[in-house]
Design a protein around this ligand. Structure first.
Ligand SMILES: *Cc1c(COP(=O)(O)O)cnc(C)c1O
Length: 387
């Protein structure tokens, strides 16, 4: 078996990504040296911080084809999703009262929608097929005059499938329905252009693209005149949409992460596609009883969610401690019960319990991939013998 220097090997890039060294370096001066409040307008301490924040805002905007004044900084994609869904709902429910979303969205989208149901809105949860994708005919049939907002994620965090958001957003634009997408797993990993794709609101997170935790953004299309009701009240920062003093170091880190992603996206993607092919080629052969969950091709290759027939999920996880991966099994996450995403695509409970999400990214090496393949094959074989 190939040997490897550093164990455990990090293969959980959907949970978070390591901070890129270039990002850390860009952030450093804004912790102590340039400590000013970016909202202080009367002196150079404030101006210095403001300038850095605005430069970062421009870099984030540029990665999604937006302009800087359409980017609202938040604490992450969770807050951005809350602001998009609760904010739009509260601002316009008197006008149109339905929000459409999808069963396999991130919890922060589903829970925000549930809150709006408590506040009297009608929420429609669309199903997905066995491939994890929303059917466009079902989608089109759900749109009507009462629909205010549609919220569909770009790339699923558990199974990596890419939803047809361009097609959905085009249908929504025709019907004057606001289209929001949670792009936390898509930013910097695939080309995104909010103008070209007809997107009105987009949620972003820095720590999924080698930036710092604790910062993200909501893109709000200026031309759509969408103005979500703020969730946080206070000093009226971020155009009144998100009060609170910005953290310049975090904003700068997010901007730098976007700059790096823009330069390296193509190369990153090409490498990940090779790793994906290698891992799938080795593991997903019929006689091994390993299946890839979600659409086989319409997906981000850095997310490999597999189920392994006939194995106990807990035993499986405990036998591969050298690999830091995530699992769809009960008790593997803060929420108990097998993954609702795997359930939604019809993976039977026993297979959902015996599932692994292998997440690869920029720091993943050839040697790590080889090691992971050998290690998984060995663990599966040994567990099969015992079973
Ligand atoms: C990580 C993630 C979030 C939450 O982002 P935070 O910045 O950690 O709040 C939301 N949606 C998706 C799809 C994610 O992957």
């Amino acid at each position: 078996m190939a040997d490897i220097p550093n164990r455990p090997i990090y293969m959980d890039y959907q949970a978070t990504t390591p901070l890129d060294e270039r990002v850390l370096e860009a952030m450093m001066p804004y912790f102590a040296e340039h400590f000013g409040n970016p909202h202080s307008t009367t002196h150079s301490f404030g101006w210095m911080a403001e300038e850095a924040v605005e430069k970062a805002r421009g870099r984030i905007a540029s990665l999604i084809g937006a302009s800087a004044d359409e980017i609202i900084f938040t604490s992450g994609a969770t807050e951005a999703n809350n602001l998009a869904i609760k904010g739009m709902g509260r601002a316009y429910s008197h006008h149109r009262n339905t929000i459409i979303t999808v069963e396999t969205e991130h919890k922060c989208v589903l829970e925000s929608a549930t809150q709006m149901a408590r506040e009297g809105m009608n929420i429609v949860y669309l199903p997905v097929g066995a491939d994890g994708l929303v059917d466009l005919d079902i989608f089109a049939a759900a749109l009507n005059d009462d629909v205010l907002l549609v919220s569909v994620m770009a790339v699923n965090n558990e199974i990596g499938v890419i939803q047809p958001i361009r097609e959905m957003a085009a249908l929504c634009r025709e019907k004057r329905i606001f289209f929001h997408t949670d792009a936390a797993q898509a930013l910097g990993k695939m080309p995104l252009d909010v103008v070209d794709m007809n997107i009105d609101l987009m949620s972003l997170s820095a720590h999924k693209i080698y930036g710092p935790k604790g910062v993200g953004a909501l893109y709000v299309r200026r031309e759509s005149r969408a103005r979500p009701e703020p969730v946080l009240s206070g000093g009226g920062q971020e155009g009144g949409l998100r009060s609170g003093t910005l953290a310049p170091a975090l904003c700068v880190g997010f901007g730098e992460a976007c700059e790096v992603a823009a330069a390296e996206m193509d190369a990153d993607l090409e490498r990940l596609q090779c790793y994906f092919d290698r891992i799938i080629g080795a593991l997903c052969v019929p006689e091994r009883g390993v299946q890839l969950n979600g659409h086989q091709r319409q997906r981000f290759p850095g997310n490999i969610n597999i189920s392994i027939e006939g194995l106990d999920g807990e035993l499986l996880l405990s036998s591969i401690r050298d690999l830091a991966v995530s699992s769809g099994a009960a008790c593997a996450s803060a929420v108990s019960g097998p993954s609702y995403v795997l359930q939604a695509i019809g993976v039977p409970e026993n297979l959902a319990e015996a599932s692994l999400r292998i997440g690869l990214g920029r720091q993943t090496t050839d040697a790590e991939v080889d090691y992971a393949i050998d290690f998984l094959l060995q663990a599966i074989e040994q567990l099969r013998k015992k079973a």
